[in-house]
Design a protein around this ligand. Sequence first.
Ligand SMILES: [Zn+2]
Ligand SMILES: [Zn+2]
Length: 235
Amino acid sequence: MEDYHIHSNFSPDSNSTVEEIIQVAREKGIGHIIITDHFELADQHANEIDVETYRKVMERYSLPVGVELGWDGIKELNVDTSKFDYVLLSHHFVEEPITQESYKNYLLRILDIMERFDGYHALAHLDFPRRYHPSKEPFSLELFDIIAEILNKVIRNGKILEVNMSSFKLYNEPNPSLEILKLYRSLGGRNIVIGSDAHDAQHVGRYVLEGIEMLKSIGYNYILVFDMEWREVKI
Ligand SMILES: [Zn+2]
Ligand SMILES: [Zn+2]
């Protein structure tokens, strides 16, 4: 079992210490964790990690050095992402009101960001704005051409698609949705990691098993784990 999306108190929206996270992971039998604190360049939730301090803490616990790099595509990207073992690329800007039109604009911004920036490993929570839609409406099929373009870029550029389980409590599906995961598979997408997006140590590993079951149900047999090198493990 793995959880590759966890926030500690290096993020402004979590109070959990690295020790607490490791403790819970041990209790729940989660063998592979990566803490991915926010390095957020967007204006509203800006957070800059002191990379040297952060690295030292992760190394003290023999954890890979992960980060969730949030970029709005506007602010200057002044981060040397080679200092991290695992860079999860995120885009958190969601236009209001949340409609299929704003979903489309979100996807177009992701596409633009992927064209201009390559220093990451995995693309986080692809259909993220759905979490905030009043009735949690899925992305419409009309948007699947743009989604396919994004997924093809993930595949061609050797990136990983993250399956983020934080939305499961809201509408019983991960980010991205099962339909999008099926499309990824049909395009030849293979690289997948899974994460809870826990902002509290108690939530480490939450819904990861459900996510693995869902992946299996649509034909996935492997996910990726990182031991200083990426490798596939059977699920
Ligand atoms: Zn995020
Ligand atoms: Zn996160």
